[in-house]
Design a protein around this ligand. Structure first.
Ligand SMILES: Cc1ncc(COP(=O)(O)O)c(C=O)c1O
Length: 351
């Protein structure tokens, strides 16, 4: 029997999500997956050290009550309005399963987070991209038909720009389905739409500890919103979707807001200085409200060539090949030292 014939077409033909390269050899400057260059709060390691071997013998709390309680206090909602998951990617996948029947549409802005079309395909739903304009701005038109779910990344990725809150709010108010506002990068931004999740019955906001809290390795993300929508996600999640170590680490990190805010301030300052360098070298940049910069190299240097040239020097940035994206690169903001090394490399390439 040919094992291939055992796999449904939908899975066989699936173009799986391609994560950024994970090359972690010493000396590599890794600016390709929007990780935080600084360590998380020291209270995280302390909390992990306190977990005994005996505690690991038992299953973790399936409802992650400690950490959901902290999040509820932080966001001024009831614990039943929070669902925590194994990274916000899990939460986004749960949304497709909870709110959409296979065959229906899932809407998302294009470009935005490249996982949405993959989740749509996995669920057997119809991809319904809504294009941004040439300047990567959203000019809302009529809402797409038969799409019970719509994803908005805000601030957007890979462009780093924040959609105007009034545009987002008006869209959510008129939308006849669930709107998920993916705020993975919001701690680096000047505005949030969390109030929409608190006040509108059809809006969920998702967040992650992977970026501003420097905890991509623990896999912790969550959704905030209407308790009935959140309840639907609880029905579908794995019973023990958050392991004990992740629950403890996340609780410690969330209790240390000052640490996260300090990391954000440092990264924002580095971002502004680095954008200045890019502009000086003739790159076109977009106003970033995230921990990365979306930029187009000067005419004599193509984006794929830039990506390859930096890779040869052990500096990893992200290049996306689809039309509309391939002229640009996305560069994560690292430490001042890493960005100075990158700026020197760019200067040599532009000379
Ligand atoms: C817009 C956006 N949403 C969600 C995620 C996933 O976050 P997590 O690490 O919590 O799964 C990412 C990760 O890069 C992202 O860019």
């Amino acid at each position: 029997m040919n094992p291939d014939s055992l796999i449904p077409f939908r899975v066989r033909d699936l173009a799986a999500y391609v994560p950024g390269e994970q090359i972690n050899r010493p000396g590599v400057i890794k600016l390709n997956t929007n990780e935080n260059p600084y360590p998380p709060s020291p209270t995280v390691a302390e909390a992990l050290a306190q977990v005994s071997g005996d505690a690991l013998r038992l299953y973790p709390d399936p409802l992650a009550r400690e950490v959901c309680g902290i999040l509820a206090d932080l966001h001024g909602v009831k614990p039943g309005q929070i669902l925590a998951g194994n990274g916000s990617d899990e939460v986004l996948a749960l949304c497709t399963r909870a709110f959409v029947q296979p065959g229906q549409g899932i809407g998302y802005l294009d470009p935005s987070y490249s996982l949405y079309p993959v989740l749509t395909a996995i669920h057997g739903a119809r991809m319904t991209p809504v294009p941004l304009n040439q300047a990567f701005q959203w000019e809302p038109g009529p809402a797409p038909a038969n799409c019970p779910l719509f994803f908005i990344t805000n601030p957007n990725a890979p462009t780093g720009m924040l959609h105007d809150r009034e545009v987002v709010a008006a869209f959510c108010r008129s939308y006849q389905g669930v709107v998920v506002i993916d705020e993975a990068y919001v701690d680096f931004a000047t505005d949030t739409c969390l109030d929409l999740a608190r006040t509108l019955p059809n809006v969920l906001v998702t967040r992650t500890l992977s970026k501003s809290y420097a905890l991509a390795g623990i896999r912790f993300g969550y959704a905030v919103g209407n308790s009935e929508l959140i309840g639907a996600l609880y029905k579908l999640k794995d019973s023990y979707n958050l392991n004990l170590l992740t629950q403890k680490a996340a609780a410690a990190a969330l209790r240390d807001q000052a640490w996260m805010k300090n990391l954000v301030e440092r990264i924002r300052a580095t971002r502004e200085a680095f954008v200045g360098e890019l502009v000086r070298l003739g790159f076109s940049t977009f106003p970033s409200e995230t921990n990365f910069v979306w930029t187009r190299p000067p005419d004599h240097l193509s984006a794929p060539d830039l990506y390859q040239a930096l890779k040869r020097q052990d500096i990893l940035i992200r290049h996306f090949s689809p039309p509309g994206l391939r002229e640009h690169v996305r560069i994560t903001i690292g430490t001042d030292e890493q960005m100075a090394t990158l700026a020197r490399a760019l200067q040599n390439l532009c000379a």
